[in-house]
Design a protein around this ligand. Structure first.
Ligand code: ATP
Length: 355
């Protein structure tokens, strides 16, 4: 988190639809210049929250403050903010230049200044200058996305809201645009508030991420914190493949599980912990030559392998439980499918969560 003061503050913000709380008592500060992403599964309340922040909807209760000023009832067009949608809402029969200049035109800027600013924004968004006169419908999906962002920046808003702007774009281009968006954030130094259901996307771009579940913000942290210290099983499973073992605290501070009769050596045990789950990410599991080579070891059968480019992922079956093990391609391993294998991990590399 940056040291900057909050540009947006949410205090116990709630939105009811009949008896259902779509957004349930959210407290949050978003810092000036921050790239903050709200992530969560479908129906968790992301759009409802963003609509309230952008002034398209009002909270049922709670306060929204912009630099300390109460703005609950301030309509969208009176706020120094701008929304970039998945459906781009560009003017189809106009040129790239006319689309980008639209906000400057309604503000009454003279044509020469408008054009200069449009060309400057096109440069920032890596759109060729000769696209200025190109019909926007003759641009590719990715180029149109850049035109929409250039137009949003032409409003010169203090905060840009993004509602899943990349979800309709194919994988490769999306990966490029994610990085470009992060670069643009750096260059413009504006506050970006972004929603997506893809935590992978959130990880690439954000300074901080807020994870939503059933209307509540269940964890807020840097991408590193969310990945390496998830506070619940829900958050841990939201960040890609993960191994989860139900455990309870047994005698001698060992964890009891159905998988290891002698018990498992735990990571740091949260105070008051009795029952919960041990979470181990696939890259922390490794194949062992013998059981003593890691704090914890399990014997299983190598069931399948998947090439993931620079990494290889393996499925190992321990009884009825399937474990996912991942290693870098260049790390040596000679195991073959159906071999008996020993997998293991060091206690410090796992996480204990209570639910
Ligand atoms: P998605 O990723 O699918 O867009 P979301 O996280 O953005 O989902 P919301 O659209 O904010 O979720 O919806 C949160 C909950 O509020 C859902 O249960 C939804 O059905 C409900 N909801 C949203 N808008 C309304 C509305 N206008 N009237 C009634 N219920 C609504």
């Amino acid at each position: 988190m940056t040291a900057a003061s909050p540009i947006l503050s949410l205090q116990a913000v709630q939105k009811m639809f009949g008896p259902h709380a779509a957004v349930d008592s959210i407290d949050l500060d978003i810092a000036e210049g921050e790239f903050f992403t709200i992530v969560g599964p479908s129906g968790s309340g992301k759009t409802t929250l963003l609509r309230m922040l952008a002034g398209m909807d009002q909270p049922t209760s709670g306060n929204i403050l912009l630099r300390g000023q109460y703005i609950n009832n301030l309509p969208a067009n009176k706020r120094p903010t701008c929304m970039v949608f998945q459906s781009l809402a560009l003017f189809p029969h106009r040129t790239v230049g006319q689309n980008i200049e639209f906000p400057l035109k309604i503000r009454g800027e003279d044509p020469a200044k408008r054009k200069a600013r449009a060309l400057q924004l096109m440069d920032l968004l890596r759109l060729p200058q000769n696209y200025y006169s190109k019909n926007v419908m003759k641009c590719s999906g990715g180029e149109r996305q850049r035109v929409a962002l250039a137009r949003a920046l032409a409003y010169d808003p203090q905060i840009l809201f993004f509602d899943e702007p990349l979800s309709a774009i194919d994988y490769k281009l999306r990966k490029t645009l994610e990085k470009e968006l992060k670069d643009i954030h750096r260059e413009t130094k504006k506050t970006f508030v972004y929603i997506t259901h893809s935590l992978e996307e959130a990880m690439v771009m954000s300074d901080r991420i807020g994870v939503m579940r059933a209307g509540k913000l269940v964890q807020v942290g840097t991408p590193h914190e969310i990945y390496s210290s998830p506070n619940t099983r829900f958050v841990s499973e939201f960040v890609g493949d993960v191994n989860v073992i139900p455990v309870s605290l047994g005698s001698k501070n060992l964890l009891k599980s159905g998988l290891a009769p002698k018990g498992l050596k735990p990571p740091r045990v949260p105070e008051g912990f009795e029952n919960g789950h041990l979470v181990i990410r696939p890259e922390y599991l490794r194949f062992l030559a013998k059981a003593g080579d890691a704090d914890n070891a399990l014997t299983g059968r190598l069931y399948n392998e998947y090439a993931l480019g620079s990494r290889i992922q393996y499925q190992v079956r321990v009884g009825d439980t399937v474990f996912v093990v991942e290693k870098l391609r260049q790390q040596p391993f000679t195991g073959k499918l159906d071999d008996d294998v020993i997998i293991g991990w060091d206690a410090k590399d796992a996480i204990l969560v209570t639910d």
